[in-house]
Design a protein around this ligand. Sequence first.
Ligand SMILES: [Zn+2]
Length: 176
Amino acid sequence: MDFKVRIIGDPVLRKKATKVEKIDDEFKELLDNMTNVMYKEDGVGLAAPQVGISKRFFIMDDGKKLRKVINPEIIEFIGEDVVYEEGCLSIPGIFINVKRPEGIKVRYIDEEGNEIEEELHDYTARIFQHEYDHLEGILFVDKVSTAAKAKFKGKLNELMKEGRKIAKELGEVVIE
Ligand SMILES: [Zn+2]
């Protein structure tokens, strides 16, 4: 499957994604393809809705470890809120400070079907939360003030137009 990264304005980015029911070879191949796309685009994370698939999984690489995260849950938020500049492959060229909890406790299934529970901090927790939001139809620009977005207003409108156009061409990618 050849993936195109979806851009803000595409309705698939605004849907609440549904659970992955089956991890088979085809699905693992999909994860590998997405990993290639993420690295090619210089991203640190890529969620399924970003390639048009409304399912609950994402991949992320915090520079230490590549994680393939399926049906994730955030069990607990830990520590203080911290501010960090975020970007998103679906909102190219826009970087804004976003406030999020410093740490999280999470549970998910890996590509071998193992249930993983771990505590994440700092940059790793940041990426996980950003990607998790994608599965809920939330984008980082939703979490910042109108004032913070003001200087990107023109750019955002342009992107929305592009996103809607791509959506019309490609629609949603349905996997089993
Ligand atoms: Zn993103």
